[in-house]
Design a protein around this ligand. Structure first.
Ligand SMILES: Cc1ncc(COP(=O)(O)O)c(C=O)c1O
Length: 504
């Protein structure tokens, strides 16, 4: 028998990701606990990924009610369900071939969902128009990103396509770039400046890449915020009476409008395609801030840019407030892309046939929620608000707790669902990790899992400077769960430092 890995050169380069290994290990521990094995903890809590339902965030009722009716249309006659639930389900079923969610849709998604997404974007962007034919529905934002990269990729050797990629970056991105045959060109975000993108860094990265590859795209994954009023008014009223308040003005993980403009100018000058991950757009909780899209800024910069810079924006139902990552749906909006290229995008999406119809329904609801006056409006709004409050309070609580631990620093957070503290680990721990063939933050995360049953993400997954170690925690989780995690993390951390300083 031969090993597939030995004969297929593509598989040789594939590494087992530490994140994957940690999650498998946490599943093994759970299985052992279920078999009755005694551990110092009763359950494993996994807050390493953005899967908020996994740790107990509840689904939004309207989403699940409409889905239930669509899956079992007999419920259309069940008058214990709100009338707008049944009307929405009927409307959506009417858009499905054969009136069934079991049928395929067009590869770009249901035209009705494309229209709803375009209307949502137009409203969000203050009237900058969005058109259904520029919207591509996919089984999550990552699939759409892969399609776009496949369309862009070309060249070999020094002309191989490079993608300017932030460090830290999403852990799936390096593998995705490798898979499509693109070169990762790293640019550093400045931790000391709240993970800001400093002017000059993109120029440095671009210059450094010359002679290795030909950068054609720039990937952005951050929150882009503007000052403004929003749901935050209501949110802050509630937050100020919460136990973890006051809720200060936090400035971390923010890309200012000025910085966005500068990135767009840079992309225009260097003829780079902008790939913008905007999946956390509904997770902005900093005081007086609301999300502003790259597309809106692009259009407000005038024709010189709005008719020239090519851009793909990605969003999905996975990691935002509704958190329905298992249903698999997202969209990509293409701006200033040649219509002939868009045909290829559709063709490539065809290889996946179509995104799950249940996911498309959840996406339609996310972009077109119940309106004021509808029977479900108040419950829907309350549930979304509850999740946002949980997120905002947890982020604040986790930040305050983490910066109180010795050897931990953390930039404040104002958006997104993760917190990304930095660890100053004893040289003995770093040495121990090295001799085990691990990064020090993986050793730390593994020990935390083994000793306390808490699974966090290791920073090395996201690309970090040498000897700078981080962990990543998802804070969109029930507050009680977060409290358990912080208690375990606090005692583990002191024990870990103690253990290694004894060897000093
Ligand atoms: C940065 C980033 N964006 C988006 C996603 C969600 O991907 P999808 O929309 O395909 O579920 C993930 C999930 O891991 C992610 O890490």
């Amino acid at each position: 028998m031969y090993s597939l890995r030995e004969v297929n050169p593509m598989l040789r380069g594939i590494r087992v990701s530490p994140q994957w290994a940690l999650q498998r290990h946490s599943e093994q521990i759970t299985a052992l606990l279920q078999q009755g094995e005694q551990k110092p903890f009763k359950e494993v809590i996994d807050i390493s990924s953005g899967d908020s339902h996994r740790t107990g965030i509840k689904p939004i009722s309207f989403v699940r009610q409409v889905l239930s009716v669509c899956l079992y249309p007999e419920l259309l006659h069940n008058d214990t369900l709100p009338v707008d639930v049944r009307q929405r389900a009927q409307r959506l079923l009417g858009e499905c071939d054969g009136g069934s969610v079991g049928s395929y849709t067009d590869s770009c998604g249901l035209p009705h969902v494309q229209r709803s997404v375009a209307e949502f974007i137009t409203g969000r962007d203050g009237g900058v128009p969005s058109y259904p034919h520029n919207i591509f529905i996919s089984a999550g934002s990552q699939i759409a990103l892969k399609v776009m990269l496949k369309l862009l990729v070309r060249g070999k050797g020094v002309s191989q396509m490079g993608v300017l990629t932030p460090q830290p970056c999403p852990h799936t991105l390096p593998m995705l770039l490798e898979e499509v045959g693109a070169v990762l060109v790293p640019y550093q975000l400045s931790e000391e400046q709240g993970w800001a993108l400093e002017p000059g860094e993109l120029h440095r990265a671009l210059t450094a890449s010359r002679g290795h590859c030909r950068p054609r795209a720039l990937y952005i994954c951050s929150l882009h915020l503007m000052q403004g009023s929003s749901l935050l008014g209501a949110l802050n009223d509630i937050i100020t009476i919460s136990p973890y308040c006051p809720f200060p003005s936090l400035t971390g993980h923010v890309q200012s409008r000025k910085s966005i403009e500068w990135v767009i100018q840079f992309a225009a000058e260097e003829r780079l395609f902008l790939l913008v991950n905007e999946v956390y757009q509904d997770c902005v909780y900093g005081e007086g801030m609301e999300f502003m899209s790259y597309k809106r800024v692009l259009f407000e910069m005038g024709q010189q840019y709005s008719e020239m810079v090519e851009l793909a924006s990605f969003h999905s139902i996975s990691n935002g407030i509704i958190g329905e990552c298992g249903l698999r749906a997202g969209y990509m909006e293409l701006v200033n892309v040649d219509p002939a290229v868009m045909v290829f995008a559709e063709t490539l999406l065809c290889t996946d046939i179509s995104a799950p119809v249940t996911g498309q329904i959840a996406l339609e609801i996310m972009v077109n929620p119940p309106r004021p006056g509808d029977p479900s409006h108040s419950k829907y709004t309350q549930e979304i608000l509850t999740n946002r409050i949980t997120l905002a309070q947890n982020a604040q609580r986790a930040w305050e707790f983490l910066i109180g631990l010795p050897g931990v620093s953390c930039q404040p957070v104002t958006g997104g669902i993760f917190i990304y503290p930095r660890l100053s680990l004893p040289p003995e721990a770093v040495e121990q990790a090295r001799s085990d063939g691990l990064e020090a933050d993986v050793l730390y995360s593994q020990s935390l899992l083994d000793e306390e049953g808490v699974c966090v993400g290791a920073g090395c997954e996201h690309g970090q400077r040498e000897d700078k170690y981080h962990i990543r925690l998802c804070v969109l989780t029930p507050s009680a769960t977060l409290e358990k995690v912080l208690a375990c993390l606090g005692s583990f951390h002191l024990h870990f430092l103690d253990q290694f300083s004894q060897y000093a």
